[in-house]
Design a protein around this ligand. Structure first.
Ligand SMILES: [Zn+2]
Length: 284
């Protein structure tokens, strides 16, 4: 049995700061998670930039400046590898040692891909948060996706949810604003004049009577940013006037943000004062 040390050095923390310990089993071994209460927030200078992100069908996201972040190549490569190992499992005799081995290989492949996604989402989110004072994105939930009949979008979902969690984590850590806006009509409305320009999923360009012509996702990203800025600007009054925080757009955003902070990882560390420490015991 070999022991691998995790990301953080556990021994430099006071024992009283360790709030929780969990043993987690993964395809490649056992992990011990230590939840440590420390302050890891960091104040950065304001950048003067705000940004809206639209999750596209083709790209990982398109921002309100028109920049498109491509999907990482391991997304497609990983899918192929998964299929390969899946086939190997199904070809082995049920209950055989070889099948068990193949299942373990499949599990490890799954694990590798999800770690790659996690790492990609983390690096990207950190970069976006550090270079903007406010980051806006759609409040996409499974419910919304089903309602929109936009199933193709779900391809990127796993990666996108990770990305969003990391955005909120780094937003808290670096003192930046993250806003999840209502995704309704962000792709249909004209970002220049507000007119509704109906388009199907295959229409890649937004063309409006007002003369505005933009890439479909770029137009949506601008709408997302505009909506976020409007929401943030009306914080107090809107909520007080209604007296009902959960039914308002802003209220639901806040509830959603708090909700995701309560989740395990990276939510736990998103509290700004809690850090996860991993120590793994990998079995040969
Ligand atoms: Zn227009």
């Amino acid at each position: 049995m070999s022991v691998n040390q995790g990301t953080w050095d556990l021994w430099c923390f006071d024992q009283k700061l360790i709030k929780r310990v969990r043993v987690v089993q993964r395809a490649d071994g056992y992990y011990v998670q230590f939840c440590v209460k420390i302050d890891n927030s960091e104040q950065l200078e304001a950048t003067g930039y705000t940004i809206g992100l639209d999750v596209g069908l083709k790209d990982f996201y398109t921002d309100s400046d028109g920049y498109s972040e491509p999907n990482p190549r391991f997304y497609r490569k990983g899918e192929k590898r998964l299929k390969f190992h899946q086939r190997r499992v199904s070809r082995k005799k049920k209950g055989s040692t070889n099948r068990k081995k193949a299942i373990n290989r499949l599990g490890r492949t799954h694990l590798k891909i999800s770690r790659q996604r996690e790492e990609h989402a983390k690096i990207l989110a950190r970069c976006v948060i550090r270079s903007n004072d406010l980051v806006a994105y759609e409040d996409l939930r499974v419910k919304n996706l089903v309602k929109n009949h936009c199933l193709a979008k779900s391809i990127n979902d796993a990666g996108w949810y990770k990305f969003r969690e990391w955005l909120e984590h780094f937003g808290t850590k670096f003192g930046r604003i993250t806003v999840a806006v209502n995704p309704a009509y962000t792709s249909q409305n004209c970002s220049s004049c507000g007119e509704v320009v109906k388009k199907s999923l295959s229409t890649r360009t937004h063309v409006c009577k007002c003369g505005c012509q933009l890439d479909r996702d770029h137009n949506a990203a601008i709408n997302i940013l505009t909506r976020a800025l409007g929401t943030v600007g009306h914080t107090g009054t809107y909520q007080n006037a209604r007296g009902d925080s959960t039914s308002t757009l802003l209220g639901s955003d806040l509830v959603e943000q708090v909700g995701s902070l309560n989740r395990e990882s990276p939510g736990i560390s998103a509290m700004g004062s809690v850090k996860l420490v991993y120590i793994s015991f990998v079995q040969k």
